[in-house]
Design a protein around this ligand. Structure first.
Ligand code: GLY
Length: 314
């Protein structure tokens, strides 16, 4: 049980076997970024910031690091364009904002927060979302802000193989071919409020207009103060079909499980029903941090009940 005033935070930078992480110096770079962003989140929470403010800050910083498949590091679609999805949810009252298939926006998570705060809607998509960004004073970035040589090479590889791929795709030494991008953050603040944020560039060579799980409430993102906050990373279609975030929350609400039991039950459901591919991070109402995955690895980090920052790729 969390003591009054304790906070917890978890972030992730993608599940699967990310090729670039195989090089020790690149693995170190990923983990360094995760630790740095966790400490930013800690500072927000220490100063009395809300869970909502914390997950927005952490997700924005992950979007700003080109290593991750979100914001400036987003993968390219079938036409070599970036189309991004993001959502944020406040566990206090289930308010939420989401954007899908947006282009030229540096921080889609901040646009999602604006949808929540300044529109009467939960989700805006494509050109409509971008016009709303203009009205909010969010500047559009040029295409070259998003293009990294790695992402261009990945698209070329995907086109040659006539495949839609997840972040990276090349057989690794132990045969796992799935590479899942996406970033996310979940937090419990000192007041016991929960929030979740998820943001992604989606899949390499995806069809124009394809939307994944990240902006879908109850799938790639969910937060309810009565239960937990969840962010998912992986093959979006699997998470949409199983509503993994809401499923984990419902295991807590209806089966009286704690966050760790509910996460395990959710992952079991994901595997049993759709052989789902990816992982989740979960902070429950008591501040307990849990993770679950069906892929071999996930880049993630956590601070449990004001403790030490932990980060790993496993
Ligand atoms: N999980 C991210 C996506 O499938 O778009």
């Amino acid at each position: 049980m969390a003591k009054k005033g304790h906070y917890s935070l978890m972030i992730h930078g993608g599940a699967g076997t990310l090729d670039r992480v195989k090089e020790p110096e690149t693995a170190a770079r990923y983990l360094q970024s995760i630790r740095r962003i966790l400490e930013h989140g800690r500072a927000v929470l220490e100063l009395g910031g809300s869970a909502l403010q914390t997950v927005e800050t952490c997700a924005s910083l992950l979007e700003d690091d080109p290593l991750f498949n979100a914001g400036c590091g987003s993968v390219l679609n079938e036409f070599g364009k970036v189309e991004m999805d993001a959502a944020i949810m406040d566990g206090r009252d289930l308010s939420a904002g989401a954007v899908a298939a947006v282009q030229n926006i540096a921080n889609p998570i901040q646009l999602a927060r604006q949808v929540m705060a300044k529109s009467e809607h939960v989700m805006l998509i494509a050109e409509g979302a971008m016009r709303f960004a203009d009205r909010c004073g969010i500047e559009r970035q040029p295409d070259n802000y998003f293009y990294t040589p790695d992402r261009v090479a990945q698209l070329e590889q995907a086109r040659q193989k006539h495949r839609i791929m997840l972040d990276h795709d090349a057989n690794d030494a132990d045969g796992e071919t799935e590479k899942y991008g996406t970033i996310g953050a979940v937090a419990r603040d000192r007041e016991g409020n929960l929030a979740a944020a998820t943001s992604t560039g989606g899949m390499v060579n995806k069809r124009m207009g394809r939307v994944g799980d990240s902006p879908i409430l109850g799938a790639g993102v969910y937060a309810d103060n009565e239960t937990c906050a969840v962010s998912a990373t992986g093959y979006g279609e699997d998470f949409m079909r199983t509503l993994i975030g809401k499923t984990i929350s419902d295991f807590m609400l209806m089966k009286a499980m704690d966050g760790t039991q509910a996460t395990a039950a959710g992952i079991d459901y994901l595997k049993r029903k759709v052989q789902g591919r990816g992982g989740v991070i979960v902070v429950d109402k008591n501040g307990q941090c849990s993770r679950g995955l069906t892929s071999k690895k996930m880049i993630h980090g956590w601070i449990e009940m004001c403790g030490e920052s932990m980060a790993g790729y496993y």
